[in-house]
Write a protein that binds this ligand. Structure first.
Ligand code: F6R
Length: 606
């Protein structure tokens, strides 16, 4: 999704802006641009495609100016081209914007009537003309306040002004925005990651706030222009997490890292000496919670679905799950004895944040499971459970999915024991098995060769299906999503038992179908469902776990066996071959694996 950088400094800023834009590439984007102010003139350079294209533009080499803004754009209003790329400028101001201005059509008409001429198809350009209009009669600060009041929708903004050689305005409503502090220079960024190479001292703007950044001073204001004080946070500097090392892609690195990230997370939550779970600081009496709602988007939603199965199996809690974009507009009955759990890798997903905000407004119990602990979702929930898997740079989520499932499973066990729904011996056994999980994931990662071989069938297919029952069903959905987003082939995740209610019609001769059938209580049923698709000509890739019992079924195209563990933990192991299947299929197609088309790392628009 779009990314913003702003720097005001004692030295030229264009190359530092380009470097920071490269850090934002992981978010997914289609064009990039930069504007600097030099000798009272705003210069703008923009290009379609990668930041590399922008860097190659000769005009960049001659770009001077010690204040500037940069942007990577993920198109919403207007096709991805150079004209629609940000920054958008008038003679007086230049603006970069993340988010959507919902009333842009009305504002555009009002501004055209006043004689403003528009160059692009974007909603952002109205901001340029709006502030230019206010600046005709008001001071800079008053113009900003008035302009922000007129905008509906969500945004993070970075603005520079022709007449202000050392000043950037940052403003936030909905979309995240951070300020970084340097030595005789200060920064604006759409996330802390973009700023990390320059500083580890950060403040975040809250919703409705704006800031005035100069090279030696930063001031924050609320929407009325009243000054607000900010905490300066110090970020950890785990730079090696941002490098690919010997791997060809971040996705490959992040898949292989999973035994370590799981181990790290277990270390944070599991007291291995006393065989207990270290979540003691719930801000509520757990006995007062009688139901749970889990909310997320995409892959994070799949981990919510997984947690529903675990909660129901191991506790007496009532559980509902929801996709955040649905939850936020439904007529919900908010309940005080319900725990609302928000799952998000980035912690910035607009729909998930809006759902959390809604819950906060109803004063109910909120908890978040996030990777980025400085994120908006983490900061605004009552209680945070980090997944401790380190930065995930590959746009398609892999290690964060396992991390989310792990933390949710740990939470299920803890709530189960605290509410006395879970027998103590069973609890201890589950913790014992959990400690073995990283090793089993490591061993399962070795199922490499077969996946490489079968991946070409998926690459060449018109479509494919992923089937599972019970604990394997959420994993089937996740496997299908990975293939869709990376390989751009239609892939449908389905509960295996539901196939006979219509979708069997889709099965054609030679269609690749992944069947997840571990040796759990659903095994015989899933094997029967598998026969139904084989009988209609499907090429079945069976993924099961190792067992001494033979697989009694004929005409299976290929079988992959993951390691064995208790039924609750098998979903972690089943995920591994599916991640690799998507990776190798995309590799065969020569696609941009770390930045698949039309997907962003942090979806900060609705
Ligand atoms: C899939 C993927 C997306 C995200 C979704 C939610 O690989 O990356 O489906 O899972 O956009 O993002 P977060 O977890 O950041 O809220």
């Amino acid at each position: 999704m779009c990314g913003i950088i702003g720097i005001t400094s004692y030295r030229p800023v264009s190359s530092a802006i380009i470097n920071s834009l490269k850090k934002l590439e992981y978010r997914g984007y289609d064009s990039a641009g930069i504007a600097t102010l030099s000798d009272g003139v705003i210069n703008e350079v923009k290009s379609e495609g990668r930041v590399d294209n922008l860097e190659k533009n000769l005009a960049i080499k001659n770009m001077s100016g010690s204040v500037g803004i940069g942007h990577v754009r993920w198109a919403t209003h207007g096709i991805p081209n150079t004209i629609n790329a940000h920054p958008h400028s008038s003679d007086n101001v230049s603006i970069v914007h993340n988010g959507i201005i919902e009333n842009s059509t009305i504002l555009k008409k009002y501004l055209i009537d006043k004689g403003h001429v528009f160059k692009s198809q974007t909603d952002t350009e109205v901001i340029v003309h709006l502030i230019t209009e206010h600046l005709k009669k008001d001071s800079l600060k008053e113009s900003v306040i008035k302009m922000l009041k007129q905008l509906h929708g969500s945004f993070a903004l970075g603005i520079i002004f022709k007449d202000e050689p050392d000043l950037i305005i940052g403003a936030r409503r909905g979309s995240p925005l951070a300020v970084g502090y340097g030595s005789n220079e200060n920064y604006l960024g759409s996330d802390s990651y973009a700023l990390k190479s320059m500083t580890n001292k950060i403040s975040y703007l809250n919703d409705g706030e704006f800031c005035i950044i100069k090279k030696d001073q930063v001031e924050f204001f609320d929407e009325k222009g009243i000054k607000v004080n900010k905490k300066v946070l110090e970020l950890s500097t785990d730079e090696q997490n941002y490098e690919k090392g010997d791997f060809k892609h971040f996705m490959a690195k992040e898949i292989e890292e999973q035994p370590t990230t799981l181990k790290n997370c277990i270390k944070e939550y599991v007291d291995t000496i006393n065989n207990d779970i270290n979540i003691h600081n719930f801000p509520w009496n757990i006995k007062e919670i009688s139901s749970v709602t889990l909310i997320g988007c995409g892959t994070a939603y799949h981990s919510c679905l997984m947690a529903k199965y675990w909660f129901e199996e191991l506790t007496e809690l009532d559980v509902t799950i929801d996709i955040a974009s649905e939850f936020r507009y439904r007529k919900n009955r908010f309940k005080k004895d319900n725990l609302y759990i928000f799952v998000s890798q980035s912690g910035e997903t607009a729909d998930t944040y809006a759902a959390l905000d809604l819950c906060n407004k109803h004063n109910v119990k909120t908890c978040s499971v996030v990777n980025v602990i400085e994120s908006s979702i983490a900061r605004d929930s009552n209680f945070v459970l980090p997944i401790h898997c380190g930065p995930e740079i590959g746009v398609a989520s892999t290690k964060a999915f396992l991390g989310q499932m792990l933390v949710l499973y740990i939470l299920v066990l803890k709530m189960g024991i605290l509410k006395k729904d879970l027998d103590k011996d069973l609890y201890l056994n589950k913790i014992k098995d959990l400690k073995e999980l990283p090793k089993l994931v490591e061993e399962t990662l070795l199922t490499e060769n077969k996946i490489q071989t079968v991946s070409s069938t998926f690459t060449d297919a018109k479509g494919s299906m992923f089937l599972g029952r019970g604990f394997s069903y959420p994993i089937a959905l996740e496997g299908a999503l990975k293939l869709k987003e990376l390989v751009y082939v239609h892939a449908e995740g389905y509960p295996a038992g539901e196939m006979k209610h219509g979708p069997l019609a889709l099965i054609e001769d030679g269609m690749p179908v992944v069947v997840l059938a571990p040796r759990d209580k659903y095994y015989p049923k899933t094997i029967s469902n598998m026969q139904e698709v084989i009988a209609r000509g499907a090429k079945v890739l069976l993924i099961t776990n190792k067992s001494k019992d033979e697989i009694v079924s004929e005409n299976i195209w290929e079988t992959i066996e993951v390691e064995s563990t208790n039924d609750d933990l098998l979903p972690f192991l089943l995920t591994i071959p599916l991640q690799k299947l998507a990776y190798y299929s995309a590799l065969k197609k020569g696609y941009d694996i770390d930045k698949p088309r039309n997907l962003a790392k942090s979806v900060t628009v609705e």
